[in-house]
Design a protein around this ligand. Structure first.
Ligand SMILES: O=C(O)c1ccccc1N[C@@H]1O[C@H](COP(=O)(O)O)[C@@H](O)[C@H]1O
Length: 213
């Protein structure tokens, strides 16, 4: 299925919240399967969330997983978001249309690492770099580096510190293929503030021209 726009809300741990966020119009719902994250949920909880969704795609976020784990997650979700240091060789083992490769953008060298994936037409996501955590930090990427990614490809998902207040402006500025937000929309890790989520989705839809301003 092709999406006209890509609006993802990540770090969901509760099936009722997942359904509500789908009803607000998110095209993608993200769950974290990484034990070191405060948003980690197990396979059974992921299945529960998937069963409760109708229109949106379920994305499993993983960090340096084994091949077996990815296969297990592909059976119960739609897309795998590789958010660690996975090699191109490793992610080539899985169907390209079901893969998002995330990059934590620190400096020019980070941009170089993206190139082979862009050349092979992978859908990429860019997030801010943190020394301590792999993601979900609420930090934004340096502007100049976002523009360098933009020079490489238009087909990228912008992430890192997005919320209901900045998403409109950031979409207008960088014209990404899609957006993704997590920690800035939370009441506490794993639990979303649904008002913020609703406004984030409305503002993203306005910026993508999906609804009138
Ligand atoms: O959210 C997490 O805990 C997490 C853990 C490990 C890898 C990725 C994680 N989240 C991803 O981080 C980005 C940005 O999040 P934020 O909006 O800045 O909080 C997003 O793609 C999440 O999927």
């Amino acid at each position: 299925m092709k999406f006209k726009m890509f609006i993802k809300v990540c770090g969901i741990t509760d099936k009722k919240q997942a359904k509500q966020i789908e009803d607000y119009g998110a095209t993608h719902i993200g769950v974290i399967h990484f034990e070191k994250s405060p948003r980690h949920i197990n396979i059974n909880k992921i299945k529960d969330i998937k069963e409760n969704l109708q229109k949106s795609k379920l994305v499993a976020v993983v960090v340096n997983p084994t091949e077996d784990l990815v296969k297990k997650l592909l059976d119960i979700t739609d897309i795998i978001q590789f958010h660690g240091d996975e090699s191109l060789e490793f992610i080539k083992k899985f169907p390209k249309e079901r893969v998002i490769k995330a990059f934590r953008i620190k400096d020019e060298n980070s941009i170089e690492k993206i190139k082979p994936f862009v050349n092979e037409n992978y859908l990429i996501l860019i997030d801010a770099y943190s020394e301590k955590e792999y993601g979900g930090t609420g930090k934004q990427i340096n502007q100049k580096l976002v523009l360098k990614v933009k020079n490489l490809t238009d087909r990228f998902i912008l992430s890192g510190g997005l919320d209901e207040k900045n998403v409109y402006e950031l979409i207008k500025k960088y014209k990404p293929f899609g957006v993704d937000a997590s920690s800035k929309l939370e009441l506490k890790p794993g639990i979303k503030d649904l008002n913020k989520v609703k406004n984030y989705i409305i503002n993203a839809k306005k910026a993508f021209g999906e609804i009138s301003e």
